[in-house]
Design a protein around this ligand. Sequence first.
Ligand SMILES: Nc1ncnc2[nH]cnc12
Ligand SMILES: [Zn+2]
Length: 331
Amino acid sequence: MSLPKAELHLHIEGTLEPELAFALAARNGFALPYADTDELRKAYLFEDLQSFLNLYYELMAVLRTEQDFADLANAYLARAAAQGVRHAEIFFDPQAHLARGVSMGTVVDGLWRALGESESAHGISTQLIMCFLRDESAESAMETLEAAKPYLDRIAGVGLDSAEVGHPPVKFREVYEAAAGLGLRRVAHAGEEGPPEYITEALDILGVERIDHGLRCMEDPELVARLVRERVPLTLCPLSNVRLRAVDVLAEHPLPAMLDAGLLCTVNSDDPAYFGGYVGDNFGAVREALGLGEERLRELARNSFLASFLEHDEERRARYLAEVEAYEFGG
Ligand SMILES: Nc1ncnc2[nH]cnc12
Ligand SMILES: [Zn+2]
């Protein structure tokens, strides 16, 4: 769906399509343990978050050079533009690359080759959000923040991702304090598989401004009331939730109930190469499966710009919001 929108929950490594994975493997003289793209696609049946993460980390081994990261980001931006994305705040996972001997400079400079030209090439403004892997140690996160210091002119904020359960936000208190001290924006995945308490911790201990996923807030009415009162944005990813079995089927996704409760929900794609669709596809899927009407879809698009980190450019935000209001839905 080409309704103008911002994408706020997108892991760039999760946009690695099988075709590009094989092309980069060939370019780098690296053998993937799959015969071809068909065989690889057959591995895309996930039980839960961890079973997805295993493949996600395995496949990103094909990303070696600056040009690999530039090609990855360019491929995403082209697809996003075709689905109405005007602004993208893009996650990347440096620890997964540093561990393979790929430097922070290779990752950031490579991504920036594409992001620096995104406005002219794709009509999309961008920001980068560096995520810490929560199943790695707090010390490793702090070392990663240290390694990012030369690149902070290109990094807008920090996030927290990977295996959630057993890795509560409090583990990263010091690194988030340090990030805040460096002027970085803060977000965190919470309440995807983890309990509602992780959402509260992310807000109170890490000082995050948005919650990534936040699905499980619905188990705690007081938390819902707080999120509504404080206008905390939630970056929901409906197709991801189905593929990772956070919900059984899309028709049972709590998005309509969340909107009815007054939560500031946004719709995003998470890892679109793995979960069956980019952000416009997620909009289309919730429209179909949940019967969301045009005003609800417009609200989701409006929310995406309200929740975006565009404070440095309110004129741009106003322009994007005006586009949302002017959009005419086709049959
Ligand atoms: N949905 C997700 N949850 C946690 N970590 C991730 N890394 C990439 N996608 C993720
Ligand atoms: Zn995610």
